[in-house]
Design a protein around this ligand. Structure first.
Ligand code: FES
Ligand SMILES: [Fe+2]
Length: 369
C-alpha cells in the first residue's frame, strides 16, 4: 500500500483534524474497547460514574499490558462484573494498577507510599456527538482548529437518527477517498447519475461539491429517483457531510480515519427527515429512513468496490474534463503540514472550479482549474 510519503502530502504521517474512532453504541456495555488508529493502540471506555468517554494510550507503563484488550480470565475483570472499568478509571488486568480518566495511576493495591509521577498514560481529547466518538488529532499538539462534527437535525424529532454502517478497513491511503470529492467523471459510470450541474469549491478547512441530476441507485421504493441535489462538504480531512434533497431530505455522513499509514476505517450513516412529513418521526418513518440509508450505502459501495482493488493514484492522467483533482490534493496537504504553512496551500487552491463542458451549480464565477 502507498504511504503519505508516496503521495508527497507533507511532513506529518497522519493529518490534523477530527476523526471518528467509534460508534457510541460500541460503548453500551461497561467493557473497554481496544482500538487502533493513526498507527497507535488505544483503550477506549465509558466511565461508569460520569458516563463520559475516555481515550487512553493502550499500554500500561508498568509492564506494557494492553488496558483494554479482551480479557475473560483476570480476577480484576471477573470481580469487576466482566469489566476492568472502575468508576471513571480503568484497572490494568495484570497487576491491578488503576488509571484515572486523566491517565494518571491513582491506585496500586499492593504498594504503600507514593506512586511515581511517571506511572501515567496519555489521555486524549474526545467528544461524543452524532452517535459517534471523535478524537481531535494534531501532530503539533494544538487545540481544535474548528468545531467537532454536529448537526442541528440530530436533536430535531422530525428527523430519524442514523445507525452507523460499519464498512471496515479499506487498504488504501485516505487520499484515494478524498479524490472522490471532485470526481465529476465517475458520477455517471459508477452511480448512474445524469449530472445536470456540477461544481467544486475549496475554502479553508472545507472542500465542497455541489451537483444535481437524476440517480439510478439512490431511488425510492418504486425504483424512481427525482432530481437529486447534493451539497457535499468535507469538514477537515476525515468527515464528509452531504445534504441531500430529492426523494427525501437527508444528511449523509461518511467518515474515514487512518489506521496505519496507507489504510483507513470507514463508516457511513444517513439522517432522514420524516418521509411521512410528521413533526415527530413515527415507526413507518424509521422503516422508510432505514431503507433510504440502505440505498445510500449501496451508492457508496459502488465507490468502495473500486477502491478495494485499485492501485494507488500517485500520478494520475487527468484531463480538463475531469474535476479539479490537483486542487483537491493541494487543499488536502494543509492537514499534513504545520498550521503556519496552511495559507500557502490555500492560496493555491481556494475558489470555484467547474470541469470543462459542465454546467456550474451556482452562478458564481469559476476559477480555471
Ligand atoms: S502491567 Fe499493568 S499493572 Fe502491571
Ligand atoms: Fe462516488
Amino acid at each position: 500500500m502507498a504511504t503519505t510519503k508516496d503521495y508527497r502530502l507533507g511532513e506529518f504521517t497522519f493529518p490534523r483534524g477530527w476523526f471518528m474512532i467509534a460508534d457510541a453504541e460500541e460503548l453500551n456495555t461497561h467493557k473497554p474497547l481496544a482500538v487502533r488508529f493513526l498507527g497507535k493502540d488505544f483503550a477506549l471506555y465509558r466511565g461508569r460514574e460520569s458516563g463520559k468517554v475516555v481515550l487512553l494510550d493502550a499500554y500500561c507503563p508498568h509492564m506494557k499490558t494492553h488496558l483494554a484488550a479482551p480479557n475473560d480470565t483476570s480476577y480484576v475483570v471477573l470481580d469487576g462484573g466482566g469489566s476492568n472499568v472502575e468508576g471513571d478509571g480503568i484497572r490494568c488486568p495484570y497487576h491491578a494498577w488503576r488509571f484515572g480518566p486523566d491517565g494518571k495511576c491513582n491506585d496500586i493495591p499492593y504498594h504503600e507510599g507514593s506512586i511515581p509521577a511517571t506511572a501515567s498514560v496519555k489521555s486524549w481529547p474526545v467528544v461524543e456527538s452524532l452517535g459517534a466518538i471523535w478524537l481531535w488529532h494534531d501532530p503539533e499538539g494544538g487545540e481544535p482548529e474548528w468545531d467537532h462534527p454536529s448537526l442541528p437535525q440530530w436533536d430535531d424529532p422530525a428527523w430519524v437518527r442514523w445507525k452507523f454502517d460499519h464498512l471496515g478497513i479499506l487498504e488504501q491511503h485516505p487520499q484515494e477517498v478524498i479524490d472522490n470529492i471532485c470526481d465529476y467523471g465517475h458520477l455517471s459510470p459508477i452511480h448512474g447519475s445524469t449530472v445536470e450541474k456540477y461544481e467544486n469549491e475549496f475554502k479553508g478547512h472545507n472542500a465542497i461539491q455541489r451537483q444535481c441530476g437524476p440517480h439510478r441507485t439512490l431511488v425510492g421504493p418504486d425504483g424512481v429517483s427525482p432530481i437529486l441535489h447534493t451539497i457535499t462538504i468535507y469538514h477537515g480531512p476525515g468527515v464528509l457531510i452531504s445534504h441531500l434533497t430529492g426523494l427525501y431530505d437527508a444528511v449523509m455522513m461518511i467518515t474515514h480515519t487512518p489506521v496505519e499509514d496507507g489504510s483507513v476505517k470507514v463508516w457511513h450513516a444517513l439522517l432522514v427527515k420524516s418521509p411521512g412529513g410528521n413533526d415527530t418521526a413515527t415507526l413507518p418513518d424509521t422503516i422508510a429512513a432505514r431503507q433510504f440509508q440502505e440505498s445510500a450505502r449501496l451508492a457508496f459501495a459502488q465507490d468502495f468496490e473500486v477502491w478495494t482493488n485499485k492501485g494507488p493514484c500517485l500520478n494520475g492522467l487527468f484531463i480538463p474534463s475531469d474535476g479539479p483533482f490537483m486542487k483537491a490534493r493541494i487543499w488536502y496537504k494543509q492537514f499534513y503540514n504545520p498550521r503556519a504553512m496552511k495559507q500557502e496551500f490555500l492560496e493555491q487552491c481556494e475558489g470555484y472550479y467547474v470541469p470543462k463542458g459542465a454546467v456550474p451549480y451556482t452562478d458564481k464565477e469559476p476559477v480555471a482549474a
